[in-house]
Write a protein that binds this ligand. Structure first.
Ligand code: SPV
Ligand code: MG
Length: 433
């Protein structure tokens, strides 16, 4: 009997998958490689179901002789191990980002005279369609909250973009680009104190109260499913911080980042140009601990932000604080810098990673923005936050349009800066009730 191999994620199963499995089982004795969570996350969304559940499901599909685990999106390892006579895959991958994986399958099979059979892909069904439908349904606070921990375990770098209202959040939710054969999208959203304040016409000095900030989150969560990291500024007074934690956790936020400053907080990108005071290590550790005691689930993370580099206190001070905050229970360290050159951040990351491997490392490359994501991965960074770019790009565009209308006394000339009316009318579809 011919040995047949096919691979599958088996997360959102549909008729198309069953057709392929049926076809494959009719070609001989069928082994199915079920992709690991990491393998799936390397080219598309993190799976909803665990590997164990997915394996169990495939094991119980008619015609499947054996299920094995496939560790990577590449078939090579398993093909070399099981040396199948035939590999079956739907023909759609010829024209998708999986084209190079397909070629590797053909080349590997050629080593022992195996062949690839590609039955036509079932039209009208796809996992992406099911995914979009699920997004329409929405997500519960529990699932959204827990998703960030899953992401950091599965992704080499979690990409986070600033959102300050429902519309900017929809961009974070939906925007994708295909780069080097892989679909790129943001993994999570950042509720920035700078942009939440600025979009209200207020300075970034903790003047926007927590209730208003929570309202922004509510607006965002109503129309999105991705997880959120909240910029908690200083966390406020020690006695108030536990209430912030409770409110955020209840809404489904995944993490709060608090910075080790006291008194009137000013934005870090002012650097030493603004008078700002750093908290003592022991006070800040007490605040971290208070937050940890307040949370109800371990999915919610408290992340400590170190301002030593911003305030000119040097790398030694930053490292000392990092270790103390981790000891107090912080699950992540956000190190900030307002230098144009990434050198000091690089040095910190290297020294930090030389000692601490388990704790999350988060950076915000606003000023040192020449650094690339592969460089951040090499430095052991887990999460990158693009902290203000949605609002910074929106404001100049709006100002340009306003100036054009004033200059010409009509809006005709501004049309080229605007999306067509038809497009804005259809941008937000009405939900069927
Ligand atoms: C924010 O986005 O509000 C931040 C990051 O705190 S930064 O503005 O770079 O300090
Ligand atoms: Mg801030």
């Amino acid at each position: 009997m011919k040995q047949v191999y096919t691979a599958i994620s088996a997360d959102l199963l549909h008729e198309g998958h069953i057709n392929i499995l049926k076809y494959a089982s009719e070609c001989g004795q069928l082994t199915v490689g079920v992709l690991t969570d990491k393998a799936i996350a390397s080219y598309k969304k993190v799976p909803y179901m665990s590997l164990e559940s997915r394996v169990k499901i495939v094991e119980n599909i008619k015609g499947v002789h054996r299920v094995v685990v496939q560790n990577s999106i590449s078939y090579k390892e398993n093909l070399k191990k099981y040396k199948p006579d035939i590999v079956v895959h739907g023909d759609e991958w010829k024209v998708t980002r999986l084209a190079s994986i397909r070629q590797e399958v053909i080349d590997t099979l050629a080593e022992w005279g195996g062949k690839l059979i590609e039955p036509p892909y079932t039209q009208g069904v796809s996992s992406s369609q099911i995914n979009s439908a699920l997004k329409e349904v929405g997500v519960t606070p529990n699932i959204r909250r827990s998703y960030l921990k899953k992401l950091v375990q599965l992704k080499s770098l979690v990409k986070v973009i600033e959102t300050h209202n429902g519309l900017s959040a929809l961009i974070a939710e939906k925007t994708t680009v295909e780069h080097e054969g892989i679909k790129q999208e943001f993994d999570a959203m950042w509720s920035s104190s700078l942009t939440d304040s600025t979009s209200r016409g207020k300075p970034d000095i903790e003047a926007v109260d927590l209730s208003s900030r929570l309202q922004t989150i509510n607006d965002i969560f109503e129309v999105t499913t991705k997880p959120m990291i909240f910029d908690g500024d200083t966390g406020g007074r020690l006695e108030h911080f536990p209430f912030m934690v409770r409110s955020l956790e209840r809404l489904g936020v995944s993490a709060v980042i608090i910075e080790d400053k006291v008194g009137l907080k000013r934005n870090s990108l002012f650097g030493t140009a603004a008078q700002q005071t750093q908290d003592t290590i022991s006070n800040f550790c007490t605040k971290i601990t208070a937050g940890l005691h307040a949370r109800i689930t371990s999915d919610f993370m408290i992340i400590a932000r170190i301002e030593s580099l911003v305030l000119g206190q040097g790398i030694e001070d930053a490292l000392e604080r990092a270790h103390a905050y981790i000891k107090a229970g912080a699950e992540g360290i956000m190190i900030h810098s307002c230098q144009k050159d990434p050198d000091e951040i690089k040095t910190f990351c290297k020294l930090f990673r030389a000692q601490d491997t388990g704790v999350l490392l988060i950076v915000v490359p606003s000023s040192y923005n020449t650094i690339t994501e592969p460089e951040l991965i090499d430095l052991g960074v887990n999460i990158v936050i693009y902290a203000n770019h949605m609002l910074r790009s929106a404001y100049p565009a709006m100002e340009k349009t306003a100036k054009s209308i004033l200059r010409y006394g009509r809006s005709f000339e501004a049309d080229e800066y605007c999306m067509p009316i038809k497009q804005i009318l259809n941008l937000i579809p009405e939900h069927s009730v």
